[in-house]
Design a protein around this ligand. Structure first.
Ligand code: XMP
Length: 517
């Protein structure tokens, strides 16, 4: 396994995902991990990430000295390379100029990292690699024991290596897909140089977690709040495999779910897989509490608190439950970890069932804690969950509650469910569902005039929203084909009584959030 020491780069998680894709387990830890912890982790090699910092700044992060004394291969990327150069006797030069984007590096064919890799050749027949650069500082003098193994005109020391020690540094970013041979380069390091075996496959991950859950839980009972979303669904399937009937899921139908969603969840888990699921039909309770409430945040709070109340009530009816399962995934763990302590263990806020009776004293089971979303999806498929569930767009906890603007009413929710279902069906039929990151319909409580035959209709408006995004922090509205929008609009207006107009949302985030409330 590989240890990735994080110096704060936005790409650190990407490095980890790439290493996992190769089939090698790795973990991200803060750069100031102690020597004891590093030894206890017992890696086959260490990757040093990039950083927004400069090695010349006061108190800039340092590589722990033990990293160079463990006899392990070390691979520094960007800042990782610069810090390695400084600490082993070389020099890094500061620069106000930021080099950002595509570059071609000439590489040394003799070097273990680069041998046999090329995207093109230069005028002298020397191999070139297409890579992605993003840096201000760069190494000006490599430490004496190192050879320079790649260069560009603006960055004469674009890579360096100390072959006897297996210490390598690259100025560019092999983890981003713009570095075309980046994945092969990482594979060179983790497999050929560090000697890691590619054992991190979905089947192995499942076996490993099943063993761990059994060991942790023994004969005791586990409770899970099942939402039908990807993470909780995969937890349910995994725990069912591990401990069968010792798992009880509580699924709360709050009346704000999509069309047939509750039935689908029951069919997948209870009917097909034999998972014990308690379905709580709480539509009246939720809609009752939401009556007359128009403020988005107030609506969110009511929905969240009501969920906790109901979940507590159900949990209290169960006897001898000792564990609460959660769908926490690795990015939640890494993002909530304080780099200084690295020990944070925060309950995901929208899974927060902190209102559970104190007397229950539940311990946590988090079998996805080490996994990235793409790994969660792969093991979901391996566990037999339907593709449509595992590759579903995200759906917010408050559900249709934040997609019905202003006051939530059953009449509106019913209309919206139908409109949303038509939109989803057409997106799937046209192949656009998988090309968008999130898509849905929004109910606008305004009336607009329409004419049907000779009759005037004065009815509600529905907006369609579809976005493309990597991280949901920024998003671009999806350029859906006009024909598709036309078909969806015609179907919604003709098939659903109560809607006379459909609009398409062409706002990007920022400033417009993905949801309308
Ligand atoms: P916004 O609307 O903030 O949404 O651009 C970004 C992503 O977060 C989802 N979202 C939520 N998820 N509880 C959730 O569990 C919420 O209250 C909530 N609000 C927004 C949204 O669907 C999008 O994927």
């Amino acid at each position: 396994k590989i240890l990735i020491l994080d110096f704060g780069s936005q790409y650190t998680q990407l490095i980890a995902r790439r290493v996992r894709e190769i089939g090698v387990f790795c973990e991200i830890h803060p750069f100031d991990m102690s020597e004891d912890e590093i030894r206890a982790f017992n890696p086959n090699g260490i990757i040093l990430s990039g950083s927004p910092e400069s090695v010349h700044a006061d108190n800039s992060p340092r590589i722990p000295d033990c990293v160079f004394e463990l006899g392990l291969p070390v691979f520094g990327i960007c800042y990782g390379m610069q810090a390695m150069a400084e600490q082993l006797g070389g020099k890094t030069i500061g620069s106000d100029k930021h080099e950002f984007g595509y570059a071609q590096v000439r590489v040394d064919v003799e070097d273990r990292l680069f041998a046999g890799l090329q995207d093109a050749v230069d005028a002298n027949g020397k191999p070139l690699l297409d890579v992605w650069m993003s840096h201000g500082d760069k190494v000006g003098t490599a430490p004496a024991q190192f050879s320079v193994t790649a260069s560009t005109d603006t960055c004469p020391i674009a890579a360096m290596s100390w072959a006897e020690k297996d210490f390598y540094g690259v100025q560019f970013h092999p983890e981003v897909t713009h570095s075309i041979k980046g994945q092969e380069l990482l594979q060179r390091f983790v497999v050929d140089i560090c000697g890691c075996e590619c054992l991190w496959t979905p089947a192995r991950i499942i076996d490993d977690q099943v063993d761990r859950v059994r060991e942790l839980v023994g004969k005791r009972k586990v409770l899970l709040a099942l939402s039908g979303g990807v993470d909780s669904s995969v937890v349910a399937a995994l725990l069912h495999k591990a401990i069968g009937d010792q798992l009880t899921c509580v699924f709360v139908d709050n009346g704000l779910l999509r069309k047939n969603e509750g039935d689908q969840v029951m069919k997948t888990f209870a009917d097909n897989m034999g998972v014990k699921v308690i379905r709580v039909d709480a539509e009246d309770l939720f809609l009752g509490k939401l009556a007359g409430i128009t403020d988005p945040e107030a609506k969110r709070k009511i929905i969240g608190n009501s969920f906790i109340d109901i979940f507590d009530e159900e949990a209290a009816k169960l006897t001898e439950v000792e564990f609460l399962a959660q769908g926490t995934i690795y990015p939640d763990v890494v993002e909530s970890a304080d780099t200084k302590t690295g020990k944070a263990h925060v309950i995901k806020s929208h899974h927060n069932v902190g209102g559970l009776p104190e007397t229950m004293k539940l311990k946590l089971v988090e079998p996805l804690r080490e996994l990235f979303k793409d790994e969660v999806r792969k093991i979901g498929l391996e566990l037999g969950l339907p593709h449509s569930m595992v590759y579903r767009h995200p759906f917010p906890g408050p559900g249709l509650g934040v997609r019905i603007l202003g006051e939530v009413k059953k009449e509106y929710a019913d209309i919206l469910r139908e409109a949303d279902a038509i939109f989803m069906e057409e997106l799937r039929n046209s192949g656009w569902y998988d090309k968008t990151s999130q898509a849905f319909a929004v109910f606008l409580p305004v009336k607009s005039v329409g004419v049907v035959g000779d009759a005037r209709r004065y009815e509600w408006v529905v907006a369609l929203r579809a976005v493309e995004t990597i991280d949901f922090m920024t998003a671009r509205w999806a350029h859906l084909p006009y024909e598709l929008l036309e078909k969806v609009s015609n179907r919604i207006i003709n098939e659903i009584s109560g809607i006379s107009r459909v609009t398409y949302d062409v706002s990007s985030k920022p400033p417009a959030t993905i949801e309308w409330e």
